[in-house]
Design a protein around this ligand. Structure first.
Ligand code: GLP
Length: 239
């Protein structure tokens, strides 16, 4: 595990975008899983700028998202799909490769998860998983106690996680109680993992990772043995 401490979110984005750009330069049709959340926003802005400047070419990359809120269609402004379309894919235009996003409104969500997992495997697995970190140590929507052998599936969301989604919803009661998530095993098999940690309230989860003791109550510790894990830490301030 390589840890990079940065003094501000812009520096985090610079370091993270370099890692993505290096990987794509080596492997133009890389399969990449991406997170939602406020942490990756400066990274996505950098990737868009690099593509506009002709420095980065993502037109052959294959993108997946890591999670989605239960019941939310891609057209729903609260969906993670819409977030990624608004902040990355839509801005890349013709520079954007193929995109497969979890369908939160699928009529048969478990089947959707199985198909999604199969599509990742058919693509040869993930070359790169970019991850955010939940305050309770979750990665994607793999909440504390998730099996480290888990694959893409439907999960119940903890109250901590539901509260952290609050900004998009008029009332806390409106936040879905479940989500769809790529599993810990699928993430752990990614050949390269980039974990970006920023925002307030992440100290305990980060400490759990730094203690280097595998603990299913802190899902992020499932990554400890990964042979190519880079963690980039921002100032951990409120944004
Ligand atoms: C959310 C998402 C994760 C995300 C994490 C951190 O619950 N399910 O995919 O990485 O929390 O979000 P943020 O970057 O906004 O702190």
């Amino acid at each position: 595990m390589q840890i990079i401490w940065t003094g501000h979110s812009g520096e985090l984005a610079d370091r993270a975008s370099s890692i993505v750009a290096d990987l794509v330069a080596r492997h133009t049709s890389a399969t990449i899983a991406l997170p939602t959340g406020t942490t990756p926003l400066p990274l996505y802005a950098r990737l868009v700028a690099l593509c506009r400047d002709g420095v980065l070419e993502l037109s052959r990359a294959r993108f997946f998202n890591l999670d989605e809120l239960g019941g939310k269609a891609a057209s729903d402004r609260q969906s993670y799909a819409q977030f990624l379309n608004d902040n990355l894919f839509g801005l890349l235009g013709a520079s954007c490769g193929s995109v497969r996003l979890l369908r939160g409104d699928a009529a048969a969500p478990e089947q959707e998860c199985r198909e999604y997992e199969a599509e990742i495997q058919e693509a040869g697995g993930l070359d790169l998983a970019v991850l955010g970190l939940g305050r309770n140590g979750h990665i994607a929507f793999n909440e504390p106690g998730s099996a480290w052998t888990s694959r893409t599936r439907c999960v119940a969301l903890t109250e901590t996680t539901r509260k952290s989604q609050g900004g998009l919803f008029a009332s806390p009661e409106d936040v879905p109680r479940w989500g769809l998530t790529v599993g810990i095993a699928t993430i752990s098999e990614a050949r390269t993992i980039l974990l970006i940690v920023d925002g307030e309230g992440k100290e305990q989860a980060l400490q759990a990772l730094l203690r280097a003791i595998p603990d299913p109550q802190w899902p992020v510790t499932a990554l400890l043995d990964h042979p190519d894990l880079t963690v980039i830490v921002g100032p951990l301030h409120a944004r």
